[in-house]
Write a protein that binds this ligand. Sequence first.
Ligand code: SF4
Length: 446
Amino acid sequence: MEKNFYIETFGCQMNEYDSEKISGMLKNLDYKETEDIKSADLIIYNTCLIRKNAENKLYGKLGALKKLKSEKDDLILAVGGCIPQNDEIRNYILEKYPFIDIIFGTNTFYRLPEMISKHLNNNNDVLVELEKNSSSLNENLPTIRKYDHKALINIMYGCNNFCSYCVVPHTRGRERSRDSEDILTEIKLLASQGFKEVTLLGQNVNSYGNDIEGDYKFTQLLEEVEDIDGIERIRYVSSHPKDVGDDFIDFLSRSKKVCNHIHLPIQSGSSKVLKEMNRKYSKEDYLLIIEKLKKSVPNISISTDFIVGFPGETEEDFEETLEVCREAEFDAAFTFIYSIRPDTPAGKREDQIDDKIKHERFNKLLETLYPTFYEKNLAYKGKVVKVLVDEVSKSKDDYLTGRSASNRIVHFKGNKDLIGKIVNVKITNVKTWFLEGVLTEEDAYE
Ligand code: SF4
């Protein structure tokens, strides 16, 4: 009898990429993906530990599984990803949610088929499989991709940076770059299958190749991806400011396929806070990179991340963050309220900021950022942009949604035959978070 699996992914695109691999392996075991959790025979939560919110959200979901498990005896429940990598939180989950059957980590997800089979042979004990620091690159796993026209490609795993607030080096281990030949082979195959866009993923893509011998670095990789026929757009995420060099910016200025968008997390506008975050750049260093990018790459769109309320952040530090917002004029940002993460130096500090102050600063940050996002979008009104069409709009059946090269979400009326194609859309209306337009034959501005 056919079995169904339900998978929910929390956190970053790394986890999304791992979930695509998990789905691929399960389909090889004749499991079919379902979006209806109640019809699932196997439920997987691929988890994120980066913020307390994501952790709390998981606990809510796990609590709700108890009832499902009691109604369906042979239901298999699995929790994987970043959260189980932390001993204390994993033990809490094991104690509080004893009905979970399988626990795996970021470095052991590829063993899930084996764990399911072990569970089916002996379904009494919870199975826990973890590796703290894997050297495995999980090559040659089947992948079920979310889209047929754009794909996430992991080019490296882990992180060496140890920002003082972050759990990633603890959950995903040290940096391991994939062999460039393996990456290029994967992308050539995707191009032959009709994929038009690839997003190269890593915690810090600009340090790609630093852990392997030789001079082959991220810029060389981008150059070779650019040579692959059929691939029309190349994206990459994330870039760490400390590793964005002039050769890279120079390449962006020449590239025909790398999109005019960079996600460059700043986290704070105060050099003092940045030092305490162990980010290894100052406010001035960051602003200089922005200046170079804006000079070299026409219409570059810059998005960033902010953490508000880092321990010891003063009003003056926060004011500097607001000043940087005004100066850098970001196109988009992910904004977060600092939360204590296990095993991190910042989490152990005694000068944690009061919640009320954190929320007040957070609101002020949004009030400063949002008008700029809108202004930047307004510049597109009346212009024509190329849009890679992703899907039918979630709010209107006869509308489509896609992204411009600068990573703006664009909604327009159109037939779903256009999904996967690059079309020209004239922008007629703009909002803070998206653009609206109409299909056109006119030449595109970008
Ligand atoms: S660069 Fe810093 S914030 Fe990003 S994953 Fe590595 S340690 Fe975490």
